[in-house]
Design a protein around this ligand. Sequence first.
Ligand SMILES: Nc1nc2c(c(=O)[nH]1)N[C@H]1C(S)=C(S)[C@@H](COP(=O)(O)OP(=O)(O)OC[C@H]3O[C@@H](n4cnc5c(N)ncnc54)[C@H](O)[C@@H]3O)O[C@H]1N2
Ligand code: MOO
Length: 526
Amino acid sequence: MAISADAAIRAESGAPVEAESVPIAEALGRVTAAAVQAAQDVPHFASSAMDGWAVAGSGPWVVIDVAAPSTGARGLRPGHATPIVTGAVIPPGTTAVLRSEHAVITSASPALGSVSVDPGSLAAPTEPLRPVTPCAATPGASATPDESCEPATARGHLAVSDAAKPGEPFTGQHIRRAGEEAAADETVIASGTLLNPAHIALAALAGRDELSVRAKPRVRFVFSGDEVDSVGVPQSGRVRDTFGPQLPALLEMLGARVLGQRRVGDTLSGTVETLAASIRDAQLVITTGGTGRSSADHLRDALNELDATVLFDGIAVRPGGPTLLARAANGCVVACLPGNPLAAMVGLVITVVPLVRGLGGRASGDLAEVTVGADIAGSGPSALLVPYSLADALAYPSAWRGSAMMRGLADADGLLEVPTGGLRAGQRAIVIGLPWREPALQSQTVGALVSNHYERDIMKISARNQLKGTIVEVTKGATTSHVRIDIGGSIVTASITNEAVDELGLVVGADAYAVVKASDVMVAVD
Ligand SMILES: Nc1nc2c(c(=O)[nH]1)N[C@H]1C(S)=C(S)[C@@H](COP(=O)(O)OP(=O)(O)OC[C@H]3O[C@@H](n4cnc5c(N)ncnc54)[C@H](O)[C@@H]3O)O[C@H]1N2
Ligand code: MOO
């Protein structure tokens, strides 16, 4: 019983998963064959999220050096603080981290220098530094800061500066808790995940060196045709091979492992022999040419001799109609593409691409809709799949759409489905994505986003080249406004967009900065 091409592709994609273990550095783009668990808590120790001070309880604090073994301190007691850097282990007893910008050292012993202190916290004390006076009593006897004397381990006094927000440092502030991202043995990457760079980083965070991934589908090629030349400029009657130089690389790009390619002349015995040798160790054999029924085409007879089961023989689409799918007796799938270059590529996009993606555990591909920019005639009993390009968000068919042509596909955004009745301009139509084509360009590039948004924010806070003044005139044009700013009696005029004027709320009388950006400054003399 005949089954649909879709059902056949789905069924053959569902072959049992073969898995292999690969180092994480080689796992990008692979699909996990098993869930990935954290080897231990992530993060596995509590650490500081800021450079500053680990503190216990509320301030002011006595600064001690928990890192120095001579102090005998194993951690912080209430009222103690110790310097800490981003990522360092939180000492026992710590209740919060006070970031260096929000701290001030109010007194210091000469030994404070042996403690690694952010110079920023010494820069703006609220009062002059007082020297620390060690107590004569047992070191560490006093748990709370004392106005008159300190434990011998004391290095100084620390307080919250005026820069801090009310309530700082609150309990747990700037502490990355152990296990806050994942507990030991928790699944962090699901089975069947297409691994992106962030997944690889996550696997490293989770303490993994190797990952179990789906084995790449093993693919071989059989290119047919007596008339095909591999190199050079062909004579009349001969053609230059368009498949050998790109199909293996394309299949690798799709996540397959290409075992090799063979060429075969137009004989039955040669076709049987070459196919038999190819299906032996491959999961998928892709053939080109010989799908016709002329005396030079031996594909069907060869498949028959090899006891292969034909799953579908032809698709009601042009070009690519003669595409055929079979399963050899050993389970190897044989995808037969027509010899015409564009026909083969269309057949590949609609059958081999979903098949290989399925075998590799990936989603089958992109189908979308576009609006057509021109009338397109249909053709007979088959739908057409035509290379198209987008212009002003409308799809236009390529002029080079003949079965043997490549110019259309080379620059195409995808394949446009033209139903048998054709399409009218303005109608919606289905399009198929090309596996080598990036998704259609967004209306604004990432670079433009950075320039429009983030760069302006940085300029707002930059102290350089900013001249403060008062707006004396705003003249709006069709698209651009002229904003005149009085800077100490001199007028500076800026041309900016009307949108920017509205967004910044620029009105006469308001304060504004003229931000000058110039790469060249010329010098002149009278
Ligand atoms: N009487 C009919 N003739 C044809 C029909 C039909 O229905 N009835 N279908 C046409 C369609 S549609 C296609 S597509 C082709 C399919 O042909 P084959 O798969 O048998 O391929 P070949 O005959 O071997 O070659 C066709 C064409 O492609 C050129 N070719 C082959 N290999 C390569 C290569 N590696 N690089 C570049 N070009 C290649 C070959 O020279 C031929 O020109 O049949 C139609 N005929
Ligand atoms: O597959 Mo054929 O044109 O339809 O070249």
